[in-house]
Structure formats: structure tokens, C-alpha cells
Design a binder for this molecule. Sequence first.
Ligand code: NDP
Length: 249
Amino acid sequence: MRLENKVALITGGNSGIGLATARLFVAEGARVAITGRNQETLDAAARELGPDVLVLKADVNDPEAVGRAVEATVARFGRLDVLFANAGISGFTPVGKTSLASFQDILNTNLTSVFFTVQAAVPHLNDGASVVLNGSVLAVLGARGYSAYAASKAGVRAMARVMAAELSPRRIRVNVVTPGAAQTPIWSAAAPTPEALAALEQRLARGIPLGRLGEADEIAKTVLFLASDDASNIQAAELVVDGGATGAP
Ligand code: NDP
């Protein structure tokens, strides 16, 4: 029970990595609140995770909604020990074919909202709390057509170090989990049919030394580690979960 007596808030907890993390946190004894936008998947997550999990509809691009979600979490559970700023979107933004609105949507959702989610949580976080931000290997690898996404995640990476410095006096740890390609619904926009998804996964797997995409559970286990007291001296770090995509020559 590595999160016994801890309270955690997970943005984007109704799908993929966020949902896998919510499941694991509950199993490890945490009291958990999740946010998301999609009512159908929020309802499904509520049914799966049970009545002890607080399920909140909140768009991370709406700072007031995020503030209300943080306050609702503290009102329900009385404290806040862990924030997993996980919500994010992908999107194809090739140079020459991308509108300002679609570029900004990715920057806002993946970067600006992370800043304001942490800002909303900070007054409520206990001293010694853990903040985990969700990055991406594309912050360093890049990928053709993914300028906005890569820039947003590079921003998360840079921002985490600054936040860690600012929050260290309160012993609040800020770290980044950096997934490589992992099997979650985020790929459905790039590959709308099962055949296209299988072909995309095969192509992605060829660039990964371990030869396969990651699984949401594998990333959730890393988030659990960073969130728990097992990582009590880990600050401003980045833990990469990518099957060797960035590390192995
Ligand atoms: P999913 O699409 O399964 O999950 C994305 C989550 O973010 C959903 O819960 C979604 O909720 C939420 N979300 C998106 N936009 C908003 C918004 N404006 N307000 C509130 N919630 C929002 O994908 P993943 O689980 O893969 O993605 C989680 C994180 O992992 C992202 O930050 C992504 O960039 C990162 N990542 C994923 C990788 C992968 O290969 N899967 C690789 C590297 C990083 P809703 O559906 O309700 O909008």
C-alpha cells in the first residue's frame, strides 16, 4: 500500500494512462479524484473505479473549472498529496498546413494548462507532496508533423525543473514521466480504423529497441513510484518509459 493515507488528483483520469494510474493508485490505498471532459468515459470510469473515487468533469483549458476540481477534491478528502497533470492531446500540425487555432489548442492543452493546474493545486498541496507531469519522448526526438506537440512537451520538461526549484522549499517534488509510444486511445485520431492502427503500431514498434509499444500500466507504475515516498529524494527528474527509443543506440 504505497499510497496509504494519500489523496491524489489525476487530470485526464478517464482514459489511457490516467485511467491506468487511477486504478493503480486506488489499489495502493490512495483516495483518488479524476477529471476529464467526455461524459461517457467519465461515467465508465466512475462505474469501474467505484463510489470512493471522485469523478469530476473539468476542461483543463478552463482554469476556473480546474480550480473547482482541486477544491472539490480537498473538500471531499481533506488534503492533497499527489497531482498527476496528465491530460493531453496529440495533433498533426505540419509546417505550411496548420492554423493558429489548432497549434494553440495543442500548446494550451499540453503546456499552458499544466502550468495553471499546478498553480491551482499548489496552495492546497501538503508540504512534501508529489507533482508528476506527463511528458513525451517527442520532446527530444520530435516527429515530422508534430511541431506543436513536440514543443508542448519540451515546454513541460523545462517547466518541471523550474517548478521543482520554486517548490523545493516546501519539499514538494516535481518530476516528469516521459512515455514513448504507448497503446492508448490517443492514437485513434492518427489511425481511425483498426487496420490503420495496426499498421501504425507496427511502424512505431520498428523504431523501439524492445520492439513493441508501451502499455498504459507500465507508465502508471512509474507514476506510482514518483508519487510515492519511495521517490522521496527524486526532484526535477525525468523517468523515461520508452522501450529504449531515446536511450539505446
Ligand atoms: P488518451 O487520449 O487515452 O487520454 C488523454 C486524456 O486527456 C483523456 O482522459 C482526456 O479526457 C484528457 N484530456 C484531453 N484534453 C483535455 C482537456 N482539454 N481537458 C480535460 N481533459 C482533457 O491518451 P493517453 O493516455 O495516451 O494520454 C495521456 C498523456 O500521455 C498525454 O499528456 C499524452 O501526451 C501523454 N503521452 C502519451 C503517449 C502515448 O503514446 N499514448 C506517449 C507520450 C506521452 P477527455 O477524453 O475527456 O477529453
